[in-house]
Design a protein around this ligand. Structure first.
Ligand code: P6P
Length: 334
């Protein structure tokens, strides 16, 4: 019988000494909130949760109803427990401090409440991505600021995602490997179904939005065109392509069967990229590296990037180490 998330976390706390009680409480709280989000997502039109609002988020993206529902669920679930100093979300311009009526904790939680939300109305997989940092020591004596969140990805103490698809999964790392849990809907518990996960290397599969071809650098164009040519070009194998427009679904596929995911620098955006560093690229990079892969901006390790803004965007090339190294090498050749 597979073990539950609670037992896994208690054993990690006991054996690996990698899990302070407050961090265990935080992860369990996020996992419980993801069960509630799953319930809303799976209701679809019956729950009147589909469609968009008239509002835009800080990214200038039209908000889906579920973006706001999931954001509120994560804020409500986490603000009273005493484990957090503050939260940040893709859906909120500024940080969310813990109200004075609740005790403050030592962790910072960042999340994209519903990633891939353009897929919701057409019943394709979406997910929740989260990242956990420690608040700087001095935060206990003052108000938390946005600056306190601007830590490189190497400072993450936990990261993970929930994916709401044919199954509902929670994939998590606290730095001791990557573990997958499947939601047992009959009893409402997360049960371990994979892990420690090591992503397969050598899978000839790439994920990129080909419609962005004119925004790519010469190095990215060369890398992709080589893979499209396959054995008719210089390569000894033919490649397949997948693109779900949901980072969680694409990254989960890369974790489970290998390959590479690319959302490279993109001239349409002021900071030349689409995906967000703090609550998309960093948590996914932590997971991918823990599973034996690599995660680069196309020029540098993502988790080494020193953040300059809460909603900063960054190029993302992650997955199979050899493939990521080839992309970086082509980028250096220009
Ligand atoms: P495009 C979803 O909006 C997202 O942030 C990621 O989940 C996904 O990988 C990417 O954007 C899809 O972008 O340009 O293909 O719609």
């Amino acid at each position: 019988m597979s073990i539950t998330l609670t037992r896994f976390l208690i054993e990690q706390q006991r054996e690996a000494n990698a899990l302070p009680p407050e961090l265990r409480l935080l992860i369990e709280t996020v996992a419980r909130a993801c069960k509630t989000i799953c319930h809303s997502v799976s209701k679809g039109a019956l729950g009147e949760v589909l469609g968009s609002l008239d509002s835009e988020n800080v990214q200038g993206e039209v908000q889906k109803k579920l973006d706001v529902i999931a954001n509120e669920l994560l804020l409500d679930a986490n603000e009273w427990g005493g484990h957090l100093a503050a939260m940040a979300s893709e859906e909120m311009e500024t940080i969310h401090r813990i109200p004075n009526r609740y005790p403050k904790g030592e962790y910072l939680l960042l999340f994209d409440p519903i990633d891939g939300s353009s897929n919701i109305d057409v019943d394709l997989s979406v997910g929740t991505i989260f990242s956990v940092l420690k608040a700087p020591e001095e935060c206990s004596g003052r108000e938390v600021t946005e600056q306190d969140f601007l830590q490189p990805g190497t400072q993450q103490v936990a990261a993970g995602y929930a994916i709401y698809g044919p199954q509902t999964l929670l994939v998590l790392t606290i730095g001791t490997g990557v573990f997958e849990f499947t939601l047992d809907r009959e009893i409402g518990s997360w049960r371990m179904t994979d892990g420690p996960m090591q992503m397969p290397q050598g899978n000839a599969e790439f994920a990129i939005n080909m419609a962005r071809r004119r925004q790519w650098s010469p190095g990215i164009a060369r890398y992709i065109e080589e893979r499209i040519k396959g054995t008719e070009g210089q390569l000894g194998k033919d490649y397949n392509m997948r693109w779900t427009a949901s980072m969680v679904a694409d990254v989960h596929r890369v974790l489970k069967r290998g390959g590479i995911f690319l959302y490279p620098a993109d001239s349409r955006y002021a900071d030349k990229a689409k995906l967000r560093l703090m609550y998309e690229a960093n948590p996914m990079s932590f997971l991918i590296e823990q599973a034996g892969g690599a995660a680069s901006t196309g020029h540098a390790r993502i988790m080494d990037v020193k953040p300059t803004g809460l909603h900063q965007r960054v190029g993302v090339v992650l997955g199979d180490k050899a493939e990521v190294e080839t992309v970086v090498a082509y980028g250096q050749e220009g």
